[in-house]
Design a protein around this ligand. Structure first.
Ligand code: TXA
Ligand code: MG
Length: 313
């Protein structure tokens, strides 16, 4: 849709979800809450609808999209699942793990979703609103994070409106996103080896009893989330700061305070949930620079540090 049209905010109740489903069925764009971040959804089988996602975000067409599914039957219709892949999906879904798998030749998907790759990224989200929307629309949904390309991912409907208002048809407001960071992306190769393409909220230890051994990020950049600079607040960011300089907006953690804090209690899950809201607040402040306290690189802290490094690059 063009920049002139109004974006409607819908409550994430039965009525709002039904309206959003109709918009999607007719090829429109709707921002939807998931347990990670808000996604910008379009029906994945319609090349015109999918093209609107790239246009609204200003996203380079070489950056592929994640397809969100509601059932294993839908997933099996789009990707080739090995036994190992099926076991991983069985353990991890629904939840914040995206699997990159060989795309089926007969997958009923817009070509542009894979951006020329022979693979497809699939995720079964846990968020009830996203699941209800897939069910109600009867469409599997392509959905990148609902922000302008390279910007900070949205964890509230207000964040989405701040960057995409007037560029999309509707926003389903389902409150703030529980995890607050994008899904972990795991590529399952033909030779059954596994690569983590993007660290995220999914705890890989959950797969340990399957004997899963992963390599972290292959050398080759496959996911633009792996690009050095991403999630940009549009201002210089200084990491591991102990105290702010006079022109800095300080994002604290644990004992280090600031203009806002990721978690005064030093809780990493809470910090993940607050990270993008803090970066949005810092971006909107009058102060020209941002400083961030150090966050331990353990558990979800690994993904927090990954996003902070790219925001600072
Ligand atoms: O949590 C999430 O994953 C959110 C919610 C909405 O589901 N979505 C999300 O989408 O973060 P996006 O487009 O912002 O990030 C998806 C990443 C991109 O870096 C893209 O390059 C990568 O997934 N990707 C998609 N398809 C791929 C493929 N076939 N091979 C490798 N990387 C792929
Ligand atoms: Mg994104």
């Amino acid at each position: 849709m063009s920049g002139k049209n109004a974006t409607e905010t819908l409550k994430a109740n039965a009525e709002g979800i039904a309206k959003a489903a109709r918009i999607l069925q007719s090829g429109g764009l709707v921002a939807v809450p998931t347990e990670t971040v808000y996604g910008l959804a379009a029906r994945a089988d319609d090349p015109v609808a999918v093209a609107k996602i790239y246009e609204a975000k200003g996203r380079p067409s070489l950056n592929p999209l994640i397809v969100h599914i509601d059932t294993m039957a839908q997933a099996e219709g789009l990707a080739v699942f090995s036994d190992a892949a099926r076991k991983i999906a069985d353990k991890a879904w629904p939840g914040p793990l995206t699997l990159v798998l060989p795309r089926r030749a007969d997958a009923h998907l817009a070509e542009s979703i894979s951006a020329g790759l022979p693979t497809i990224a699939l995720r079964m989200p846990a968020h009830p609103v996203m699941r209800a929307l897939i069910k109600k629309s009867g469409c599997v949904l392509a959905a990148p994070s609902a922000n302008l390309s390279n910007g900070i991912s949205p964890t509230t409907a207000a964040h989405v409106a701040g960057s995409l208002s007037g560029r999309i048809d509707a926003i389903l407001d389902g409150g703030s996103c529980e995890n607050g960071l994008e899904s972990t992306i795991l590529a399952i190769r033909h030779d059954a080896s596994l690569d983590i393409l993007r660290p995220g909220p999914f705890e890989m230890e959950k797969l340990r009893d399957l004997g899963v051994v992963t390599r972290s990020s292959s050398e080759k950049i496959e996911a633009p989330g792996q690009l050095k600079s991403h999630y940009s607040p549009g201002k210089p960011v200084r990491l591991n700061a102990k105290a702010p300089r006079p022109d800095e907006f300080m994002i604290g953690f644990d004992a280090i305070g600031g203009n806002c804090t990721l978690s005064a209690a030093g809780n990493l899950a809470e910090a993940a949930g607050n990270l993008y809201a803090a970066l949005h607040e810092a971006a909107a402040s009058n102060l020209p620079r941002i400083a961030v306290a150090s966050v331990p690189a353990q558990g979800i802290g690994i993904a927090i540090n990954d996003r902070l490094r790219r925001a600072a690059a």
